[in-house]
Design a protein around this ligand. Structure first.
Ligand code: NAD
Ligand code: UD1
Length: 334
């Protein structure tokens, strides 16, 4: 079974990807410094996969630590999730974000170069598209970001493209995620934000669980049918599956390819609230508050390139996303 290095493999998307890789016949090896995750995720992954998952508690920016891991395994590819991801924090502490995320990408690329590993899947984001790009966003759209976090993704994409161009046989897939939500069907792994959640679904599940009194819907005067913002939510297990497919694509193609991973269908905040109530039978108190600075009214993916290049299409719908997020939240209380 081919060994795959997964940086940040204990995190939200990384852990679901480790489960998907294992199901697809790969042997994932995790490097994570557990700065935004817990070691107990590894045990839960072993329960889900029925396999032993090797993991190393190390910082990806630590070249010597990474070198030691690369020396132990022959990796067919690396999947790079490790990094900082809070948009607001990146605006307040831009240098920390640039230093962390760019150093992590470069450190991984250097280790890959040293050890002759030529296949990389990178976690990029829909945030690399310019806000005024027409929807649905296509990969050939105009790029540009409104916050340092986004720029670390776009700069990382560029660094990876340059390395791919300079390295014969190198293959990179830059996956631009839309809004991942939901949790593994086992209820064992899911999103575990620290403190007050910034993102919609973790906030919704905490309101449903009675941890927070009500949801604030940030603005209902946007130019959308019900006035609330529209996003392309994708089940994290679908997103995880796209990584296994991207490995197959990288095996057969060289160069760097950016690919959207979304469903192609947008839902408004109020539609998500309604879907959550339908899927769980729990009613969700909310009130409309002011717009959140920086939010844009609507975006969703054109998912055609993922279908064409990876044979990927999302399978799970909004109610399944809500149901699985709720199952995970309830498990956390037990
Ligand atoms: P996460 O924080 O849950 O996972 C990241 C993991 O990386 C954590 O386990 C953390 O401990 C680890 N980590 C961070 N810095 C590290 C370092 N220097 N060395 C080793 N480990 C390190 O985040 P996530 O939601 O799973 O996101 C994974 C990736 O996908 C990130 O790069 C993120 O920017 C990107 N992304 C996420 C979303 C989203 O909505 N969650 C959307 C688009 C892109
Ligand atoms: C945010 C990030 C983006 C990241 C994405 C997925 C910003 C500006 N962008 O996008 O980079 O890729 O998360 O993790 O932070 N909402 C409420 N009430 C809440 C929370 C959210 O009404 O309590 C609304 C927001 O206004 C938005 C929608 O729900 O319209 C989704 O919000 P969120 O989950 O934070 O995702 P994004 O803002 O799309």
């Amino acid at each position: 079974m081919p060994n795959i290095l997964v940086t940040g493999g204990a995190g939200y998307i990384g852990s679901h990807t480790v489960a998907a890789l294992s199901a697809a016949g790969y042997s994932p090896v995790i490097v994570d410094n557990f700065s935004n995750s817990q070691e107990s995720v590894i045990t839960r992954l072993e329960k889900i996969t029925g396999a032993q998952i090797p993991f190393y508690n190390a910082d990806v920016r630590d070249g010597a630590a990474l070198d030691a891991v690369f020396s132990q395994y022959s990796f067919a590819a690396a999947i790079h999730f490790a990094g900082l991801k809070a948009v607001g924090e990146s605006v307040a502490e831009p240098l920390r974000y640039y230093e962390h995320n760019l150093a992590a990408t470069m450190s991984l690329l250097a280790a890959m170069q040293k050890h002759g590993v030529k296949s990389l899947i990178f976690s990029s984001s829909a945030t690399v598209y310019r806000e005024d790009d027409p929807v649905p966003y296509v990969e050939s759209g105009e790029l540009g970001c409104s916050n340092p976090y986004g720029w670390t993704k776009l700069f990382s994409e560029q660094i990876i493209r340059d390395v791919a161009a300079a390295t014969p046989g190198f293959s990179a897939v830059l996956l631009r995620y839309f809004n991942p939500i939901g949790a593994h069907s086992s209820g064992l792994i899911g999103e575990e934000p620290q403190g007050v959640p910034n993102n919609l679904l973790p906030y919704v599940t905490q309101v449903a669980a009675g941890i927070r009194p009500q949801l604030s819907v940030f603005g209902n005067d946007y130019p959308t049918p019900d006035g609330t913002c529209i996003r392309d939510y994708i089940h994290v297990s679908d997103l995880a599956r796209a990584h296994a497919l991207a490995l197959g694509f990288a095996e057969k193609n060289t160069g760097a390819t950016a690919i959207n991973i979304g469903t192609g269908r947008g839902y408004s905040v109020l539609e998500v609230v309604a879907a959550f109530e339908r899927a769980t039978g729990v009613s969700l108190p909310y009130r409309v508050t002011a717009r959140r600075p920086g939010d844009i009214p609507e975006y969703f993916a054109n998912p055609e390139l993922a279908r064409e290049k990876l044979g990927f299409a999302a399978e799970l719908g909004i109610e399944e996303m809500c149901r699985d997020a709720w199952r995970f939240e309830q498990g956390r209380k037990d």
